[in-house]
Design a protein around this ligand. Structure first.
Ligand code: PRT
Ligand code: ZN
Length: 286
């Protein structure tokens, strides 16, 4: 029988859209109608399990799923033994300690003897014990941010992204204890057959990620500044140079990371580059 791998993705929530978009960008076709718990791709040997994110680390460590996409915060909290294959760059957030806005805060010793509400008792407990702080940890599964205002706890430890939930609840962030993003995880000891499929999937994911972080740049430049411009946008092997119809000018085509582009743009213009076009790249294999 031909091998197939099984990947666990969040059924509905903050990870779902980006997880499925990434898989689609890898050219993998599948149907995920609402309410479906399982689906199989029509053009790649992969099967999907749609689950709550809390269950994904456990399914992957047990081997019910071979792969999973989950937030690092959830993975570390669940403390399951799996391999992290790749950081995926989406669902970025941080796990932070917060206290009522009016309270004065100096350092982590503020929490000595205090009560803190959280859905992440393990990560918080490990962090506090690193600083030898004894605090009472109240584990609650949701709406952590209202705990101080209803008298359940003196502080909270919760996921923060924009910070607006904390602000709306009269809280201020005082310590960042963990940075998180979505990761691709794998069951330990996958068979050779399954590993070969995982390799193919990783190859595609890398091509998609590389494409996203790079741009195709086209610009016009006077021939005397070509040397300088080639230094600024060296490209994959080297840029393509094509003569313009106008004497003494060339069109330069190259690939550059988006960050690098913004860093070099002033120098490119100073060197005489004009008519600069920046075009997205769908996939990139180097
Ligand atoms: O139903 P299921 O159990 O699958 O989902 P869930 O409700 O447990 O998780 P979900 O979908 O809310 O989040 C999934 C993952 O997304 C988390 O484990 C994080 O890795 C990541 N993530 C990224 C976030 C946020 N950003 C986020 N902002 N998870 C939660 N939040 C919440 C946070 O709990 C707080 O209530 O958003 C609020 C804070 O946001 P800001 O922007 O106001 O600071
Ligand atoms: Zn959850």
């Amino acid at each position: 029988m031909n091998s197939i791998i099984r990947i666990a993705v969040q059924k509905s929530g903050r990870l779902s859209d980006d997880s499925l978009a990434l898989i689609k960008e890898c050219g993998i076709k599948f149907y995920n109608g609402t309410g479906k718990l399982k689906s199989t791709s029509t053009n790649f040997p992969i099967e999907f399990l749609f689950l709550r994110d809390d269950d994904i680390p456990g399914y992957v460590s047990d081997g019910v799923a071979d792969l999973g996409i989950v937030g690092e915060n959830e993975l570390v909290e669940k403390d399951k033994d799996v391999d992290i294959l790749k950081k995926l760059g989406f669902s970025k957030c941080r796990l932070s300690l917060a206290i009522p806005k009016g309270q004065e805060y100096t350092n982590i010793h503020y929490f000595q003897g205090k009560s803190v509400a959280t859905s992440y008792p393990k990560i918080l407990g490990d962090y506090l014990s690193k600083y030898n702080i004894q605090a009472e940890i109240h584990e609650i599964s949701g709406s952590v941010e209202i705990a101080p205002s209803i008298g359940l706890a003196e502080g909270i430890c919760d996921i923060v992204s924009s910070g607006s939930t904390l602000m709306m609840n009269g809280l201020k962030e005082v310590e960042e204890i963990f940075k998180s993003e979505a990761v691709l995880i794998a069951h330990k000891n996958l068979s050779e057959d399954k590993l070969a499929i995982v390799e193919k999937l990783l190859f595609r994911m890398n091509a998609v990620q590389k494409g996203k972080s790079n741009k195709y740049v086209l610009l016009n430049a006077p021939n005397e500044s070509l040397e300088k411009i080639i230094q600024l946008i060296p490209g994959m092997r080297s840029p393509t140079i094509l003569p313009l119809a106008q004497e003494g000018w060339s069109s330069v085509h190259s690939v550059i990371s988006e960050d690098q582009f913004w860093e070099n743009i002033e120098e490119l213009r100073a060197a005489g580059a004009e008519g600069i076009l920046v075009v997205p790249i769908e996939k990139m294999v180097v």
